[in-house]
Design a protein around this ligand. Structure first.
Ligand SMILES: C[S@@+](CC[C@H](N)C(=O)[O-])C[C@H]1O[C@@H](n2cnc3c(N)ncnc32)[C@H](O)[C@@H]1O
Length: 555
């Protein structure tokens, strides 16, 4: 877990400034409507004020807000250096200023910016309250998982005049994070057209966070329908050399049901989308939730105490209590976790024994085991929240294993693991049970490795800086899985293939030939699904030019 105290001052105020070419591009686009007034909600040292210079011949009134006095001063100086700008820079909190301005009915013809990226827990208590107030004001569902940039964009859009333009640098996660669902809905109700420019390269060297350019035009009539959302991808150089006016006007938006929830499907080409949508109706393809249930793994509350290597088992006489357990892909590099694999792993000193003492009073336990518990208490592990709410603290609840498991995180593609060893899993993995008696666990594990399922993982899952794909149960339930009949040797062969150094692309292509063919896809359709998966996976790993993802193993 990250703590506020460990974060740099720059990160805590979201102080990553916009590169000149990007700021000039967005400025040029909003200037296309000859705005009388421009707002910059968090103007920093004035990147967007400088970006306006030389791009307009008319007077405009510029209002900037910036939390830091020092940076606000730099913005004032930037205003003075542009004779055509009447500038007002407010040194203060935008959420506070914004809510009051919305109340007073203040509006702007255009808005530019790059709002701070600060997680809710790191916000000043006042900003936490103001963020929630803003959501409530516009009847939007609020969550404490929000991040400062979300209320900044909501307030900005609210202050935009009818027909006005907003050009902002925002995190690429706008397309998929759950906490931006309200914002996505708000944009669709308020804007006539939404264009997201999604360059292959990272825009900021300093931040791991992928960013996109958000270009929206506010509806002229509130009741009119939105044209929807377009996402433009390509190299930054190619995208920014196009005239912003043309880029925006030529972008073809998609609308309708596809925009409910996440917007990841907008990244698919029309043909990819057609094949993807038809997949649900193929005879052999099932929705994950119709064939299996997903439950979180075992929450020990202190993995370093409950998950130990053979040496610790020996030292504290824990053999009776040691049960096989896994939770990292290094523990199970293939699709089968069996006794043999478990034993080999332990010989390497891996901590894969779960100390399952159970609800036995301390005094009834052997002395060495008591010593081990005391050793845990010396480290205050019994005071940790998850441990202290149970009695005795070393008795872990909800201990059961399932025949199939799935790691929460993956680099290339998610995979299921046949748990032949009936090992327990930590909360870094899910416990999966087939709910359709006609489907063998082996078939589910086998059918899960293919380009269609991997693509649904990319479209439904989430990822953060660093690119690791993470899936929660409700997202896994929406995945599509072709179900095929297989023999035991088929699964063994797949296990070896996944364990081998074979590139992820080749593993999926080999599986597509069997799994997607059996599910009724043509070769052309399989190739289309594969290419769509490859592109979106590459986007997540931001490696289009480097093509190094295949050498990255799962976490
Ligand atoms: C990502 S930087 C962008 C700065 C500038 N807009 C640019 O594009 O270069 C975000 C800025 O927001 C400022 N900031 C953070 N919290 C703020 C708040 N509550 N109100 C106003 N500004 C804030 C930071 O100090 C920082 O200068």
């Amino acid at each position: 877990m990250n703590f506020k105290i460990n974060e740099s001052a720059t990160k805590l105020r979201g102080g990553y400034y916009t590169p000149e070419d990007v700021a000039r591009y967005l400025a040029k686009w909003v200037l296309g409507i000859k705005p009388r007034t421009i707002l910059e909600p968090s103007c920093g040292d004035g990147a967007f004020i400088r970006a306006l210079k030389g791009q307009h011949r008319f007077r405009l009134s510029f209002t900037g807000v910036e939390l830091l006095n020092e940076e606000a001063r730099k913005s004032r100086k930037a205003c003075k250096e542009n004779d055509l700008i009447d500038g007002e820079i407010v040194a203060g909190d935008f959420l506070d200023w914004g809510l009051k301005s919305i109340e007073e009915g203040t509006q702007f013809s255009a808005i530019l910016g790059n709002p701070p990226y600060i997680r809710y827990q790191y916000l000043a208590p006042q900003d936490q309250i103001l963020s929630e107030e803003l959501f409530v004001k516009f009847c939007l569902a609020f969550t404490k998982h929000t991040n400062a940039w979300v209320p900044f964009v909501i307030a900005s859009v609210a202050m935009l005049e009818a027909g006005g333009r907003l050009g902002m640098v925002v995190p690429a996660e706008i397309l998929h994070v759950l906490h931006a669902t309200s914002l996505r809905k708000f944009l669709l109700t308020q804007c006539s057209k939404i264009v997201i420019v999604d360059p292959n390269e990272l825009l900021f060297d300093e931040a791991l966070q992928g960013t996109v350019l958000l270009m929206v035009e506010k509806k002229k009539k509130p009741a009119s329908a939105s044209q929807g959302v377009a996402v433009l991808t390509g190299s930054k150089e190619d995208l920014l050399c196009e005239e912003p006016e043309e880029l925006f006007n030529n972008a073809k938006p998609v609308s309708g049901d596809m925009l409910n929830g996440k917007w990841m499907k907008v990244l698919l080409t029309p043909r990819e989308l057609e094949v993807f949508e038809s997949a649900k109706h193929k005879k052999g393809v099932r929705l994950f939730r119709d064939v299996a249930s997903v439950d979180v793994g075992i929450v020990t509350g202190a993995n370093k105490f409950f998950l130990v290597n053979d040496e610790t088992v020996k030292e504290y006489g824990l053999k009776r209590y040691a049960k096989p357990m896994f939770g990292r892909s290094g523990h199970c590099p293939g699709v089968i976790y069996d006794r043999e694999g478990h034993t080999n792993k332990n010989e390497g000193g891996t901590a894969s024994n779960f100390v399952m003492i159970g609800n036995v009073p301390m005094e009834e336990l052997p002395e060495k085991v008591q010593d081990y518990i005391k050793f845990g208490e010396e480290q205050n592990l019994h005071k940790r929240y998850k441990c202290r709410i149970r009695s005795p603290w070393y008795s872990v609840p909800s201990v059961y294993s399932t025949e199939v498991a799935m790691l929460k995180r993956a680099h290339n593609y998610p995979r299921l693991i046949l748990n032949s060893a009936r090992a327990y899993t930590t909360d870094t993995a899910y416990r999966i049970k087939t709910v359709d008696p006609s489907i063998q666990p082996e078939s589910l594990v086998y059918g899960f490795v293919n380009s269609l399922t991997a693509l649904t993982g990319e479209l439904e899952g989430r990822h953060y800086g660093g690119g690791v794909l993470e899936m929660v149960p409700s997202e896994i339930e929406k995945m599509l899985v072709p179900i095929v009949n297989i023999s035991e040797s088929d699964l063994r062969r797949l296990d070896l293939l996944v364990r081998s150094n074979e590139a992820a692309d080749d593993v999926l292509r080999a599986q597509d030939k069997i799994v997607l063919k059996a599910a009724g896809f043509t070769k052309e359709e399989a190739a289309i699904l594969h290419e769509a998966w490859r592109r979106i996976r590459s986007r997540r790993l931001r490696e289009v030019h480097q093509e190094k993802g295949d050498s990255i193993s799962d976490e």
